[in-house]
Design a binder for this molecule. Sequence first.
Ligand code: NAD
Length: 493
Amino acid sequence: MALAPLAPSTRNLIDGRLVEASNGARFENVDPATEERLGDTADGTKEDMEQAVAAARRAFDETGWSDDAPLRARCLRQLHEAAVADKEALRSIVVHEAGAPVSLGSYMHVDDPIDMLAYWAEKAESHRPETRMEDVPFLGRPQGRILRREAVGVVGAITPWNVPLYLNIAKIGPALAAGCSVVLKPAPDTPWSATHLGKIATETDLPPGILNVVASSDHSVGEILSTDARIDCVTFTGSTATGRRIMACAAETVKKIFLELGGKSAHVVLDDADFAAVLPFAATTCVHGGQGCAINTRLLLPRSRYEEGVAILKAAFEGWSYGDPKDPRNLQGPQVSRRQQERVLGYIEAGRREGARLVVGGGRPAHLERGFYVEPTLFADVDPDSTIAQEEIFGPVLCVIPYEDDEDAIRIANRSRYGLSGAVSSASDERALAVARRIRTGTLAVNGAQWFHVDTPFGGYKQSGIGRENGQMGFEEYLETKVMAVPAGFDAG
Ligand code: NAD
């Protein structure tokens, strides 16, 4: 498929200006499907990050942004329109730098995320910061109270590489709508999904310093966002290990933190399910190389129908089409980098070593000479306590685990340090829902229904994170709460 030509070089956005790094350095952006250099990006330094934080602080403290809802709604609409106008450039960026299959563009990677900006513009407009609470007595005299929900302040937003445009917008959209200023730090593997947004933001009325974008090849540049006292809230999506580190760093200045972390979600297939209809979809574990936090990577099959289920899965994995992300027939492209490819292959090796049965795949595909590809891989007879059943692989690898009865399935599904997503399939919606109610996880698909929407609060239990992204709850993550006691009968208008 012909994609828009790429701008080979981008800059950071600091205090309303597109700038090179303070030391002039740039870093390469590589196409994971071809291993070729796409171009480069200004390599933000610690000084650049300090400047961006200072700009965001000043813009929040010294402009009327947080109190000017019409301006915020207008800027978000302008950003939406500019992103729509530049959609093909953004599509090309996401496909090239993240290796995201072009076939998934409309759903998660490009079109839907861009339209989320319109949703956040509407939220900026409809939010009523102040509400009157019921009067309450104090020492026998009635007291009035005004509840105020206002912007939390300066937000440091740190994002990963797997669905970069979506995640960048999922953070800057609600933060700007709520009245915050933002410093966005994208992952080094996918800088352009952020710097290009920064570029089009300069075409809007956003006041200088309200949105800053600092790409860097150095992770420690991002760490400033979790340590600097001028940042009020860190919103992070990425691995649980980095989330833990951010939480520890943020403790020093007692920042508000909002973490969207890893997952190891289970699809529980009950013994009355229509296997022929349900199980072929389990190959979608390999979508985008399995690089999705909410993908179901454990499949729980009843022992009474176990081999029947594994045979259907085997056929689905063998027939799965993958390869060049620019080919619309493929739902699986490469892993984002050689490092990720090797990490996934290392987990496959661990699965073999620990005694799981390798049914399909397990290596680098012989027919794809270049690119960081991994074969769609199906493991059966996986011990629920083994490494591949417990750790997030972030690759096209499905672990099939047998269970005895519904209670056993629920126990295995919950035997995880994560709790991000999952699914339950049964011939009966009621039976599936009853099992879903008992799984400790943030989102669940019952009998194939899908929860993904900008209005759905998304996030995890346990080590999958703290807080919820999207929807009204996601918006409120960027608000502080103030109560102003006023004389009873006082009418604030
Ligand atoms: P990562 O944790 O390695 O990096 C994420 C971001 O954190 C990058 O921008 C990186 O530069 C930055 N970073 C690294 N060290 C830092 C530090 N000490 N201080 C501040 N920033 C730092 O994650 P990744 O490999 O880029 O992404 C994959 C992970 O993201 C997976 O675990 C996946 O489950 C998770 N993820 C979660 C969700 C969700 O919503 N729950 C969504 C997508 C991805």
